[in-house]
Design a binder for this molecule. Structure first.
Ligand SMILES: NC(=O)c1ccc[n+]([C@@H]2O[C@H](COP(=O)([O-])OP(=O)(O)OC[C@H]3O[C@@H](n4cnc5c(N)ncnc54)[C@H](OP(=O)(O)O)[C@@H]3O)[C@@H](O)[C@H]2O)c1
Length: 262
């Protein structure tokens, strides 16, 4: 989802786009060879194992893709003196703090996906490469499976849609994040960790209600607690990302209108 959104935004740059099976970030030898040939100035990694529940059963694969591969990619970036841009997640935080988390707060993931993304962060920090590590949250956009499209699909099939109302976060429109990534580079911000999401936060229930309002469908959205909606992976309750370093993006409410009116 984000990879395609980035490709739409980085139109003035000389881009080499890579995806499976040709670019497998866990195939170190092959990837290093390709990076040696390309000699990039910047490496943007939007690849990840993002199935949060799947990570609980596929722990080894998720650690390999989200965690260990980052050590290799960061080493390759360092060797080429390239800047590494990588995305991490609100799920590296435990979500116990109702006020949310600034960039330098201690991380404490509560599920296998969060653990694997935290490992990726650690390996990038340790590598000594120049990096932008951008934590984001609750992504949606036209290129991938996402919450907004799921709610709309369910509204056609069901009269009632149950949505959890005790998990809070920042819905983020992938094209907004892609544009912000390009701006970060153009502005030559100091290397380091950034939080970038659409502004404001809400619960998944609030998010679904707003989707219903804009689309005007009939199905009823019913609030439920996480306990009533058990999933393989535990989710943080308040994984709100506080952005103290970058110009805030527009609100999630505004971005959602644009996505749904397109
Ligand atoms: N989606 C969210 O809500 C969210 C929230 C916070 C942070 N993020 C982070 O934002 C970034 C982008 O997420 P996204 O939602 O755009 O993810 P996405 O749509 O799931 O895309 C990730 C891509 O990586 C590919 N991939 C998996 N293993 C790979 C490997 N070994 N080598 C190369 N590519 C591989 C996947 O291919 P297959 O589909 O074939 O597996 C998929 O095309 C990720 O770092 C993610 O952790 C996402």
């Amino acid at each position: 989802m984000l990879g395609h959104a980035l490709a739409d935004v980085f139109v003035e740059e000389d881009l080499v786009l890579g995806d499976l099976p040709d670019y497998d970030i866990t195939n170190y030898d092959d990837l290093n060879l390709k990076i040696d040939q390309i000699k990039p100035e910047v490496i943007i990694n939007a690849a990840a194992y993002t199935n949060v529940d799947g990570c609980e059963t596929d722990k080894e694969l998720c650690l390999s893709v989200n965690g260990l591969a980052m050590g290799n990619l960061a080493a390759a970036a360092k060797k080429q003196q390239a800047v590494l841009i990588h995305y991490s997640t609100d799920y590296v935080f435990d979500g116990d703090n109702k006020d949310g988390y600034a960039e330098d707060e201690p991380i404490n993931p509560v599920n296998a996906y969060g653990v694997s993304k935290a490992k990726g962060e650690e390996l990038i920090r340790q590598s000594g490469c120049n990096f932008y590590l951008i934590r984001t949250a609750w992504l949606y956009g036209k290129y991938g499976k996402n919450f907004v499209d799921t709610i709309i699909d369910l509204s056609v099939k069901q009269e009632e849609i149950k949505v959890v109302n005790d998990q809070f976060g920042n819905p983020t429109y992938a094209p907004d994040l892609a544009k912000a990534t390009r701006q970060l580079m153009i502005d030559k911000k100091p290397f380091g960790v950034y939080h970038q999401t659409n502004a404001n936060n809400c619960s998944w229930y609030d998010f679904a209600l707003r989707i219903k309002e804009i689309k005007g469908f009939e199905a009823v959205i019913t609030p439920v607690s996480s306990a009533e909606f058990p999933r393989p992976a535990k989710r943080p309750n308040y994984s709100i990302l506080i952005n103290t370093k970058l110009t805030p993006l527009r609100s999630w409410q505004e971005a959602l209108v644009e996505y749904l009116k397109k």
